[in-house]
Ligand binder design. Structure first.
Ligand code: 2BA
Length: 123
């Protein structure tokens, strides 16, 4: 089994999650942000059989797009009275940054509460 972790842009996550659900993959999304742009992105985690990894990559490929972003470089140290005109730098973001990790153990722990209600829950 493998854990596929894909860092995707927020604009693409709805399409990707819909495609994963439609193909019967379980997925969890975690709000994250990149260390470079400091912008919000989303990390999608999917646990799948080894043989399904290429199919998950296909869905990511089909639903995540490359976009151009502009970054303002850090201000240089300036003398009083000096004027600095920031020159934004262009970077390409995405489609997705994907990590595939081996899963040592996968378990869904689903104990049933006595009487069908949660322990400690009041009636
Ligand atoms: P960010 O760190 O905000 O990076 C956004 C984009 O800025 C990157 O797009 C890349 O084009 C550019 N970039 C990042 N660091 C740079 C640097 N030191 N110099 C020049 N340009 C730089 P992507 O490569 O598509 O990455 C999108 C997001 O995926 C990243 O957002 C980060 O959240 C995540 N990511 C990328 N590589 C990663 C890694 N090795 N480990 C963990 N997360 C990663």
């Amino acid at each position: 089994m493998k854990l596929v972790m894909a860092v995707v842009q927020g604009k693409d996550v709805e399409g990707l999650m819909t495609a994963l659900r439609a193909a019967n993959y379980r997925a969890t999304q975690i709000n994250s942000s990149g260390g470079f742009l400091r912008e919000n992105n989303v990390t999608v985690m999917t646990g799948v059989d080894d043989t399904q990894v290429p199919d998950v990559f296909r869905l990511i490929h089909d639903n995540c797009y490359t976009r151009t972003q502009y970054v303002n470089p850090l201000l240089p140290i300036m003398e009083p009275g000096e004027f600095y005109m920031p020159n934004p730098v262009e970077v390409q973001v995405g489609g997705a940054t994907v990590f595939v990790l081996p899963v040592v153990r996968y378990e869904r722990i689903m104990p049933q509460a006595a009487g069908g209600t949660r322990a400690g829950a009041s009636a």
